[in-house]
Design a binder for this molecule. Structure first.
Ligand SMILES: Cc1ncc(COP(=O)(O)O)c(C=O)c1O
Length: 431
């Protein structure tokens, strides 16, 4: 859709997001508003085929299962360019990371002589093995790995030799990788610095040094904001949130797992809907559709059907167009706020290294007070504080003086006029 003239315009998207009439919403990195066609799709489910998936034999049960499969299909193909059979539906990015951290710590089970039996684990943990992540990660890409390292007595290593712009460089990663590195986890784009990391080059370089190192990418700020092709990136796992870039509802997300690996993973949740057989002694998980063995229990059908529609919606805008517009908005904001006396900007100042995230502080203001002032007087909604990345904020050195920083984050529907208003407001607060 990217090149087509009938892509959704900024005005059309703003008309689909009523909140834009009342507020200047600049907190898209936390969660985005949901456009009306996505809301309507969820309403359609609630009104017309509100049944459970893959369970009933009656007509609306078939309809909901079809919609459910279509949603997974479109999310996989449009947002990640992967086979839907390799896309696990999740609640968010956080659950995606936890699914992988659990599976790498616990062997898959199989059935032998009508008894459960452990298969070989994906990682045979040995003393001195390493799990590596970076100082600029969100807590969701630190805590699950810290706990896994603790349980497996592995070395937990955090890459810190990064430039203060927060960019994850191939050189810095390579300095921290060895033949003992079992897992590397790092982000595609940063919610604190706005950096877009060269994921493909980093993965290629790491796999050359250590082909067995499994690589997890936190894509929370990726799909929906830019074109993503997970197979081309070469990662083993890629998690994302549905309620950020894709403009989907909260409580949705996904996890891509590479083809040869997904069969070797044990789901951390077990229950209904994922089995071929259960007796008093064993259970046998379905193998016909690898991602679906992670769907234990009745899932968030409403939200995930909404996410499918959201994937179609952002594709109608065009993912390349979204990325380009966010970069242009970012470039404009950076050039304007850098002129304000007392403003300190974090992350790269070159918009081509960035997604639509800008963080800063204003001398004399704590990050929270500044955020409150922008809302109270101008209805400009920003985010202040640690952005769920305390180690990153401490490493940046803005903990004591500002209690974090202020973040303005865009999506396609934000405008240059909204930025001009925010810049004017900041000028008044700075004087
Ligand atoms: C880079 C990054 N990772 C992880 C997360 C966590 O996402 P979720 O709360 O949807 O699990 C976020 C949320 O802001 C994020 O920006």
């Amino acid at each position: 859709m990217d090149s087509a003239d009938n892509c959704l315009s900024v005005d059309q998207v703003r008309a689909d997001i009523p909140l834009t009439k009342e507020y200047i919403y600049f907190d898209n990195a936390a969660t985005t508003p949901v456009p009306l066609p996505v809301i309507r799709k969820m309403e359609e489910y609630l009104r017309e085929y509100c049944a459970n998936i893959e369970r009933g034999a009656y007509s609306i049960a078939n309809r909901v299962t079809e919609e459910w499969d279509k949603a997974r299909n479109d999310v996989a193909r449009l947002l990640l360019k992967c086979d839907p059979k390799n896309l696990i539906f999740t609640r968010n990015l956080t659950q995606a990371t936890n699914i992988i951290a659990y599976a790498l710590g616990n062997p898959p089970l199989t059935v032998e002589n009508r008894r459960l039996k452990s298969k070989n684990p994906l990682i045979n943990w040995r003393k001195g093995d390493e799990i590596v992540t970076t100082i600029v990660e969100h807590h969701s890409n630190i805590l699950p790995w810290m706990r896994l390292a603790y349980y497996k007595k592995a070395v937990f290593k955090i890459i810190k030799n990064l430039p203060k712009t927060g960019l994850i460089t191939t050189e810095a990663v390579l300095e921290n990788i060895s033949s003992k590195t079992r897992v590397l986890a790092f982000q595609h784009a940063s919610n604190v610095f706005g950096t877009v990391n060269d994921v493909k080059s980093i993965i290629k370089a790491v796999k050359e040094v250590n082909p067995d190192c499994l690589i997890y990418v936190d894509g929370s700020q990726g799909p929906g904001h830019m074109p993503v092709d997970v197979e081309d990136l070469g990662c083993d796992f890629y998690g994302f949130s549905g309620h950020k870039g894709p403009l989907g509802p909260a409580g949705t997300g996904g996890l891509y797992v590479k083809k040869d690996i997904i069969d070797e993973l044990e789901p951390f949740e077990l229950g209904g809907g994922i089995i071929v057989d259960v007796t008093e002694d064993y259970y046998e998980l379905r193998r016909d559709y690898p991602a679906k063995k992670f769907d234990a229990g009745s899932p968030n059908i409403l939200g995930l059907i909404g996410l499918g529609e959201a994937a179609r919606y952002v594709s109608r805008i065009g993912l390349k167009r979204i990325h380009e517009r966010e970069r242009n908005l970012t470039g404009y904001l950076l050039s304007e706020i850098s002129k304000i006396k007392g403003v300190e900007i974090y992350g790269p100042v070159e918009s081509e290294l960035k997604t639509g995230v800008v963080t800063f502080n204003l001398k004399g203001w704590s990050s929270h007070d500044l955020c409150l002032a922008l809302d109270e007087k101008w209805r400009i909604l920003t985010r202040a504080g640690y952005h769920c990345a305390m180690p990153a904020i401490r490493w940046l050195g803005v903990d004591e003086a500002y209690k974090g920083n202020v973040r303005i984050s865009f999506h396609y529907y934000n405008t240059f006029d909204e930025i001009a208003k925010a810049v004017e407001a900041l000028k008044q607060l700075a004087s």
